[in-house]
Design a binder for this molecule. Structure first.
Ligand code: ZN
Length: 66
């Protein structure tokens, strides 16, 4: 059965009829931090996230599943 559903893309505003790529703007490890920790031990931009714990540094790279 052919999937004919369409959607309006949040990024470009255009209508697409193919399954969108799956991606998140931040890793769950960042989301689980308190607001204080997000500001004091973490850095987040559109592609990278770094969380500096006392005993280790966690690094994340944004990717998408197509
Ligand atoms: Zn788009």
């Amino acid at each position: 059965m052919l999937n004919t559903q369409k959607y309006i893309c949040k990024n470009c505003g255009q209508e697409h009829d193919v399954w969108p790529a799956l991606a998140y703007s931040s890793p769950t490890f960042y989301n689980d931090l308190s607001d204080t920790d997000k500001e004091s031990i973490a850095e987040l931009d559109s592609d990278f996230c770094v969380i500096e714990h006392p005993d280790q540094t966690d690094r994340f790279i944004r990717c998408s599943l197509t």
